[in-house]
Design a binder for this molecule. Structure first.
Ligand SMILES: NC(=O)c1ccc[n+]([C@@H]2O[C@H](COP(=O)([O-])OP(=O)(O)OC[C@H]3O[C@@H](n4cnc5c(N)ncnc54)[C@H](OP(=O)(O)O)[C@@H]3O)[C@@H](O)[C@H]2O)c1
Length: 313
């Protein structure tokens, strides 16, 4: 039997992959989510409530708590900084404090958006320099989580894609739009490392097993322009890449300044564990091969339509 793990944000893209990866390792896994669900075996938690966080952790006494739970909507963070800081910064630090009291380690998910995107190909040693509110929230939370307990782990990821309970990620959006014959405008001046979420989950599990602490870049092996990535997705899914229209990010209607070149080096993670970051073609190939198993598993999850927000206490 492995570690006793709790995943906060277990219905999310990253969180759900983590739940399955740790379960496959024979770990005892509990998973919480913010919204109330009619079924599905998830616990309910609002990280903003410090007492709730303490009570849930005291009940399950995990040795490791993964926190992919967040409000990850970059534009929403830009427009509503105070509201989103309560979740992304204060909420995560509630978890870090409760974990310190219990002696549990934390794994926090940060982002390439802690950088300004001017230099590119960032290492873990580069100083953070965010240019938007989401990036500032991630940088503040990284600092708080690492200061809370030196055993804590921060994983910076980027452009995560894969099968997802609520199909929100970029690859599933491309698939939906193109299969309906709809065109999409996609940034041709943003370069980053798309990350297959199951690869991120296996990297997380391996780093946790290795007792890794501090900051690691956990992203896909390949840096690519967003439009080029979209074309590779269309080809992998047998869809019409001609429906993808390249456009400068500034013309896509977002209120948020975004780093142009936020690619991350992965040498540190490569040296620490045997599981290695994979590139775009392998990620998409694995995603396609995993579709039947995902469809089977997704039948055990609650209907996203049954999702309701609990009243904030
Ligand atoms: N996806 C990416 O491309 C990407 C890139 C870089 C960094 N990241 C970071 O990686 C992490 C995971 O991202 P993701 O794409 O998996 O996000 P996601 O799919 O939106 O999942 C977020 C999860 O957080 C939960 N949550 C939201 N508010 C909460 C609260 N107040 N208390 C407790 N749980 C709450 C949600 O629960 P409900 O479903 O019940 O609302 C959901 O399970 C985030 O920190 C994100 O910023 C993601």
């Amino acid at each position: 039997m492995g570690e006793k793990v709790m995943v906060l944000g277990g219905t999310g893209l990253v969180g759900n992959a983590l739940v399955r990866a740790w379960q496959a390792k024979g770990c005892e896994v509990s998973a919480a989510t913010y919204h109330c669900h009619a079924s599905g075996g998830f616990l309910q938690l609002d990280m903003c409530g410090e007492d709730q966080v303490r009570a849930l952790l005291a009940r399950f006494r995990p040795s490791l708590v993964a926190v992919p739970a967040a409000n990850p909507f970059v534009d929403h963070c830009e427009l509503h900084p105070e509201e989103t800081r309560k979740v992304n910064v204060a909420g995560t630090l509630n978890v870090a404090r409760a974990c310190r009291e219990l002696g549990a380690r934390v794994i926090f998910y940060s982002s390439d958006y802690v950088f300004d995107g001017v230099k590119g190909v960032y290492t873990e040693e580069d100083a953070v320099c965010p240019i938007n509110e989401y990036g500032r929230q991630k940088a503040a939370t990284e600092a708080g989580v690492t200061a809370s307990d030196p055993r804590n782990l921060v994983l910076r990821t980027s452009g995560a894609y894969g099968w997802q309970w609520e199909p929100k990620n970029f690859v599933l959006q491309i698939r939906k739009n193109l299969s309906e014959g709809k065109s999409m405008r996609v940034a041709c001046d943003i370069r980053y490392n798309p990350t297959y979420v199951e690869n991120l989950a296996e990297i997380t599990v391996a780093l946790a097993e290795a007792g890794a602490s501090g900051i690691f870049h956990a992203v896909g092996a390949e840096e690519i322009v967003r439009h080029e990535f979209a074309v590779r997705v269309a080809k992998a899914f047998g869809l019409d890449a001609g429906l993808l229209r390249p456009a400068p990010a500034a013309e896509l209607g977002s209120p948020t300044p975004r780093p142009k070149e936020s690619s991350l080096r992965t040498d540190k993670v490569r040296a620490a564990i045997r599981v290695q970051p994979i590139g775009v073609d392998e990620g998409l190939r694995r995603m396609l091969a995993a579709e039947p198993a995902w469809r089977e598993y997704a039948r055990t999850l609650p209907d996203p339509a049954a999702k309701t927000a609990p009243a904030r206490r």
